[in-house]
Design a protein around this ligand. Sequence first.
Ligand code: AMP
Length: 195
Amino acid sequence: MTAARLLIVGPQGSGKGTQGVTIAQSLGVPAISTGDVFRAAVADGSELGRQVKAIIEAGNLVPDELTSAVVRERLSQPDAANGFLLDGYPRNIGQVGDLDAFLAERGEALEAVIELNVPREESIARISLRAQEQGRTDDTAEVIANRLAIYERETAPILDVYRERGIVDEIDGVGSLEEIGARIAAALAARGIVG
Ligand code: AMP
């Protein structure tokens, strides 16, 4: 099997969590969402959860040092030895550097970055729907606006870094789950990444 070290990047409400899980499953690699890790830690009331609770509720970014330590630990688990799909990390240029350093230590590199594009109104509509369905406390109108602003300011620029490396696949994130999944699978297949 080819190694598949992938990122999925997109604004909140782009559907990247759902698509990420599906692709990871088809490739046989773990889907790792830092947002899920933090939410689970908060739910458990662990030390990590206590450190990040207020930050997550405000929709701000957890400090890079803490986030990158969590990711390093997770990527060191045996199930990530042959690949992984990261969802929600890196979230800024500093985290790109942290991930590069970690992978370089292991003689590894990212194979592809999936950029999932959806218009702003559509992501807001999807987040609001999810807030109602799942009762997520970080999904109030104010927090949603903050998170989208942070995405545009801090996260979107990481795509330029990866674009320079020629590893970004831009995917239209509007359509049915199946249609979007097929677009991603085709883009990865063109890079020789198949399940
Ligand atoms: P998400 O589910 O990816 O939207 O993440 C939920 C929240 O977890 C974010 O609003 C941040 O507070 C925090 N978070 C998740 N990933 C990161 C990251 N890579 N860096 C900093 N904070 C993060």
